[in-house]
Structure formats: C-alpha cells, structure tokens
Design a protein around this ligand. Structure first.
Ligand code: FBP
Length: 432
C-alpha cells in the first residue's frame, strides 16, 4: 500500500475521469479536496459495500489530510458503517417465476447432489411420463383401452396401455444414453442397454401401475427407482454370452432399496403430478398442459406423523391372519372417531394421498397371495424410499422394506407404508 505522504501529493486532476473497477461508475470530477488516496479508499468502500461511488466519496469529504494507515483503516470502517447498506439487489419478482422440473434438476446438479448423467436420466423419465399421460388421457378415443391379448411374466393379462407404456418408458431410457441396465415389471428379465454412452445407471420401473383402473379412467401411475451402476455388472457386448449378460443384469437390479439413489412416481389423475426424491427430501411437480412443463407445486413434502385414514382392500379380510384382522378391527373403534377408509385400488393414487394427508396404505400377504401382491423392486422399494425421505415409514410388517435384499427380479412382499406412527402401530399388532 502506497504511504500516506506520497498520496497526499498526487493531483486531484489525476483522479478525474477514472471509473470504478466494480461497476464502472464514473469517479466524480475530482475537487481540490479529494486526493487520489481518498478515492482509492472510496473505491474500496464502494466495492465492499456496493454503495454508489459518489455516495462513498462524499462520505470521505470531511476527512483529509490522513496521516497514517491506522487512521485510514478507521476512516474506511467508519465510511462502510456510514454508507447506507445498499438494498440487496433482490430480483424484483414479477409473479411469473416458476421452477420447472428441468430447472430444479439442474439446481441439484449445480449443488453437487446429482451428476449430469442422472439429470439426463431423470429428464428422460419425465418425458416418458408426459407421453404416457397423454396416452392415458386419450385412451378411450384412441382405442387404447382393453386387453393387449398377452400376459406378462406374472401371468397377468396385459392391458394395451401396459404394453405401450412399457415401450415408451424403455425407449426414453435407451435414448438417454445414460442407462446401463433397465428392468420393467412388464418384462421377464432385465435388459442391458447397448446404446449406453455414459452414466450406465440401473433403472427399474413399473410403466403403468393400477392398470385395473385404466378403462374406468380412474387414477393410475408410473413408478421408478434408480441405482448407481454396479462396476461388476458392466456388460461387455463383444465378449459376454447372453446368459452371462443376463446374469450380470439380474445381479445389477437385485439390490436392496437402501442403495437407491433416486425414486419417484408420476400420477395420472385430475392432475398429472411427478413426485421424486434424489435423497434430499421429496418434491412434487404438476404438469402444466399449457406449457408442457412439470412445475414445482409440492416443496419438500412431509408425511404427517399420524393420520386416521387407512387404505387396504378389505375384500381380502377373510384371507388375512388374525393379528391383521384385529389390527383392522381396532381402526374401526370410535375412539373418539373411527379411521376413514379410502381405497382407489391404484398404489400410486393411494400412496400420493397418504403422503399428503397421512394415514397408512397396506397390501398384506394373505392366503391367496402368501408373499403379498406388490413387487419389491418396482413398487415397494421405490415407494418406501419416498416415504422415508418424507419422514414416513415403509415396512413388510416385520422389517424395513429398504433392508430387504431381493433374490428374484419379480419378488413380491407385503407392504405397509405411510405415517410413521400408523406403520409402527400395525407392526406392533403383527408382532402380537
Ligand atoms: P399392477 O401393477 O399390476 O397394476 O398391480 C398393482 C396394483 O394395481 C396396485 O396399484 C394396487 O394398489 C393393487 O394392485 C390393487 O390390487 P387389488 O385389486 O387386489 O386390490
């Protein structure tokens, strides 16, 4: 720093016409009383406090001559304190600001929560959901209702829209170039993606859940889960025989939900809502059909700790074991009011309501389905990941669903998911 004496000698003229390094504001024409020293000091205060140059210099006018560095520091501190703090240049909201899913994902990427590849995979999934939303909404007028005339690996008659949604989902994931292995509820075995360019994420999905509701235009949904690529399961298409490939694929997808990086669902109902988590809470985006974008509408969803709503297919009551029957009977005791029953028969619709209102959704094991009906990989694990991210719980009645290590791709497990206290209450009954 130049010594005080040198600066005192410099001519005010030298100052004239100089501009501020920070905001290029013109330095006021130097007057006899504003040596260079002062203007440097003024510039520093200006840069520090963001106040306008003129205002800062004025703050110095009454302070010359300066004899020491210490005196200068004192004057700078006073000046900073004296200069009215510039109003934070808050971008004036024009009321049109929206946070789209793409924008939100880029934000997560910038914050290092996810990488660029995962952003692309999630964007490709949201594109698939937009396509399926329009197909579902027009199913009745585009002859897409009814059966496809084939059965899936679980022997269930596939709906036309099951098959079409599966194609849409697979195509979007493949063309993202960032998926290594994909596994669908509608496909017998997971498949390795030859078009994989980088990222090589493993994606499991139920392209259209609640298909029994499609023809009645009652809410349905798509569900997905994303796992990080498993180095040991990298497919070498040149060398690996098909069997070796398949073996690696099965290994890659048979991971406990605990390893999920992200999961979510898209609900096709009165609104089309895309809900996901990338491990930092749960967010919901509603499709704005006018702009074709998912817009943030549910910021950091929290499942209420308890909720007096239960969602079970009580038609199976007689097939349940006694402990579960006594749990169900307890919900109907008026203390003071009994629980309310709500059951759409579509996991995505029933789960979405449970996320927002609280309560419990359950699909138990019973004499007809001894291991339950819902698939661990495509339905139970992704929903339990979301429930936990929203402060709720996902259980098979005795353990955390996310701890279950799948031993087959289409494994089924009982599912109880929703408000923490409600799931714990059920677990207590089942422990007896
Ligand atoms: P799909 O994936 O084959 O549609 O089956 C799942 C599901 O439809 C869930 O969405 C729903 O909660 C449950 O099955 C309904 O089963 P049920 O008709 O036996 O109550």
């Amino acid at each position: 720093m130049a010594s005080a004496t040198a600066l005192r000698l410099s001519s005010p003229a030298a100052l004239a016409g100089r501009s501020c390094g920070a905001c290029s504001a013109q330095a006021p024409s130097a007057s006899a009383t504003t040596p260079l020293f002062l203007s440097r000091a003024a510039k520093r205060v200006h840069n520090q406090s963001g106040s306008n140059f003129a205002g800062t210099t004025a703050a110095f006018q009454g302070n010359s001559p300066i004899s020491s560095g210490r005196q200068l520091k004192k004057i700078v501190a006073q000046a900073v304190a004296a200069v009215p703090a510039a109003k934070a240049t808050q971008k004036k909201s024009n009321g049109y600001e929206i946070v789209t899913l793409t924008g939100w994902l880029l934000r997560q990427e910038q914050d290092g929560v996810i990488d660029g590849e995962l952003t692309i995979v999630l964007n490709s999934i949201s594109l698939a959901c937009k396509q399926i939303a329009s197909l579902v909404q027009r199913a009745g007028i585009s002859n897409l209702t009814g059966l496809a005339g084939a059965a899936n690996v679980q022997g269930e008659d596939q709906k036309k829209l099951d098959v079409v949604s599966n194609d849409v989902f697979s195509n979007c994931l493949r063309s993202s170039g960032r998926t290594g292995i994909i596994a669908s509820e509608e496909e017998d075995t997971p498949v390795a993606v030859e078009e994989s360019y980088s990222g090589h994420y493993t994606v499991v999905f139920d392209p259209l859940d609640g298909s029994s509701n499609i023809d009645a235009a009652v809410s349905t949904g798509s569900i997905f889960g994303i796992y990080k690529p498993d180095e040991n399961c990298m497919i070498n298409f040149e060398e690996d025989e098909l069997t070796a490939q398949e073996a690696k694929c099965v290994t890659a997808v048979c991971q406990p939900g605990e390893n999920l990086l992200s999961s979510g669902y898209c609900m096709y109902s009165s609104s089309v809502i895309f809900v996901l988590s990338v491990g930092t809470g749960v967010y919901g985006f509603t499709l704005d059909p006018l702009i074709g974008e998912f817009v943030l509408t549910h910021d950091k969803i929290q499942i209420p700790k308890s909720g007096k709503i239960y969602s079970f297919n009580e038609g199976n009551y007689q097939l349940w074991d006694d402990k579960l029957k006594s749990y169900m009977d307890s919900l109907k005791q008026p203390d003071p009011k009994p629980y309310s029953a709500r059951y759409i028969g579509s996991l995505v619709g029933d789960f979405h309501r449970t996320m927002l209102y609280g309560g419990i959704y359950g699909y138990p094991a019973d004499k007809k389905s001894p291991t339950g009906k819902l698939r661990l990989l495509y339905e139970c694990a992704p929903m339990s990941f979301l429930a936990e991210q929203a402060g709720g719980k996902g259980s098979d009645g005795t353990q955390r669903v996310l701890d279950i290590h799948p031993d087959k791709v289409h494994q089924r497990v009982p599912l109880y998911v929703g408000s923490q206290e409600e799931v714990e209450k059920l677990e207590k009954y089942l422990r007896g």
